[in-house]
Design a binder for this molecule. Structure first.
Ligand SMILES: [Fe+2]
Length: 134
C-alpha cells in the first residue's frame, strides 16, 4: 500500500475516489487469503531439496483446494462482497499484475488508457515487491 500512496503523493495522481490508493494498495492481493497452506516438515520428506525437519518452523505450499481461481479477478470478486468499488478500483486491482498476464495485454492496454492509475498500480506493485521487498 505504501508504494501506491507514495506514488500518488509524488506524482499528484488523481483518483475517482481519494480512498482508492489505500483500497487498491491494501486489497489487490486479497486473492492470496486462501492460496497457501502450511506444510509441517517431517523426517524423510524433502522440501526444496532438503530433508531438514524444522517442525512448526515450516514451509508454505500452494493450496490446491481453493474454490475460486485467479489472481486480480479473484481479488475483485472477494472484495466486492464487502464494499462497492469504483470502476477504477476494479480495473487497478484486476490488472495489477501488468504485462505479466501475457494473454490479457489488450484488456490491460484499454484499462490503462481509460485509467492511467492502472499502470501506476502495477508500477507500485513492482516497486514494493522488487525494490522495497528485496
Ligand atoms: Fe498480485
Amino acid at each position: 500500500m505504501d508504494a501506491l500512496v507514495w506514488l500518488t503523493a509524488e506524482l499528484k495522481l488523481q483518483w475517482q475516489n481519494p480512498r482508492s490508493p489505500y483500497i487498491v494498495g491494501m486489497f489487490h492481493d486479497l486473492c492470496k487469503i486462501d492460496s497457501y497452506v502450511k506444510v509441517i516438515d517431517v523426517e524423510g520428506v524433502e522440501y526444496f531439496g532438503l530433508d531438514e525437519p524444522k517442525g512448526e518452523e515450516s514451509h508454505w505450499d500452494y493450496n490446491n483446494d481453493t474454490l475460486i481461481p485467479g489472481h486480480g479477478a479473484k481479488s475483485v470478486q472477494l472484495l466486492s462482497q464487502h464494499m462497492q468499488l469504483t470502476e477504477e478500483e476494479v480495473l487497478c486491482i484486476r490488472y495489477h499484475m501488468g504485462a505479466y498476464e501475457k494473454d490479457e495485454w489488450n484488456y490491460y492496454d484499454r484499462a490503462i488508457k481509460k485509467y492511467p492509475n492502472v499502470l501506476y498500480t502495477h508500477t507500485a506493485d513492482m516497486i514494493a515487491s522488487k525494490i522495497i521487498g528485496v
